[in-house]
Design a binder for this molecule. Sequence first.
Ligand code: UD1
Length: 419
Amino acid sequence: MDKFLIKGPSKVRGKVSIPGSKNASLPILAATLLFDKEVIVKNLPRVKDLEVMISLLKSLGSKITLSKDKKTAKIINPKKMKTFANYSIVKKMRGSFLVLGPLVAKHKNSKCSLPGGCNLGARPVNYHLEALKKLGMSYTLKDGYILAKSKGKLKGAVITFPKVSVGATENLIIAACLAKSKTTLHRCAIEPEIKDLTNFLNSAGAKIKWSGRTCIIEGVNSLKQTEYSIMSDRIMAGTFCIAACINQGDLEIENINSKIINTELNLLRRVGARIRCIENKIYIKGPKKIKSIKNIKTKEYPGVATDLQSQLMVLMCKAHGKSNITENIFENRFMHVAELRRLGAKINIQKNTAIIQGVKKLVAAPLMSSDLRASISLVLAGMSAEGESRVDRIYHLDRGAENFEKQLKKIGVNIKRVK
Ligand code: UD1
């Protein structure tokens, strides 16, 4: 299993370019199952989760040609496709469940494995299933699989999600594109990745409109050929911004629309960072003295992203004074805390709030990754600690961070991948 060796403390300096967004690519690739015509998707990140989605689509019959740099995919579907999403693939990545909506919408049935829990908690898919039922999908559960079907086309409906969910909103928008008449979805997630999905679908002739957290989808008979470039990864951009703040770094971050991480940039301004945003670039200088922040709370977009919570915690470990971070999205997203304590961090957990007493320095130690974002935060922690840290199980990181160590090396981090 690969690991990172990181010699800290390092000061990041220079330029990084943000790759395409993993969380936007996954639903867009799932949505290509709706098409009979050729689809070209550009700016895909080269990460493991995308390989999983591509192998899932291929197992369903999609013909996919990747460009040499693997950033562009040309996808053509045969008329008759398989509708069986195997557990062996779905268990690797929860995002695979996004194929259920399009398979039922287009082919009227699917046998799709339930994804199961993960390190962030139970992560059920009940909102997806209940909402798809309202569009006319019926289902039973057998041997861990959802056996779903629809008599004829799905039918538009008015649906209010019980709680904001990124995945359920995506599955429903995709499914409703080919449904009869109009679907109105209330209490939708409005993450930029979901807007990217609807821009993609509209580029192919779908009729999707937004009004706040309401999404209105007028069903169409089929989608047209299209070519679409995926948005940049706001979580990776946010991660580099935090990296710049940890040890008085100085970064030029290109290929990112700063508006989509405005909430997090405002937090970093409160920490003391100097930030300028010009066109598609962010210039950020970390402060001499990192100010602590009370009451950071993760929330659905446009709130603070839960996918940046662990990275922000590393920053707060180095702040002057006491900070606290409340995790409101996932029940079990503090797995990195025990690892940060191994570096000398002072963190107390009370229910879903972490109380962090800043320390002058962190000292290197061996660390263990538990999920994608946690593993990224451990790398940041290793960069800020004195001495050589080892971060194990970085396969978690490879799921979603393209060329992370190469990018870090370029900006001055002493990091090495070893077996
Ligand atoms: C997506 C992102 C993930 C991000 C998360 C929250 C992708 C591939 N993943 O995950 O990186 O951290 O949004 O921004 O885009 N829930 C239910 N029942 C459901 C669905 C969700 O109870 O049917 C709960 C979840 O357990 C969680 C909360 O709702 O507590 C939000 O989850 P959701 O927004 O659906 O996250 P994902 O789509 O899984």
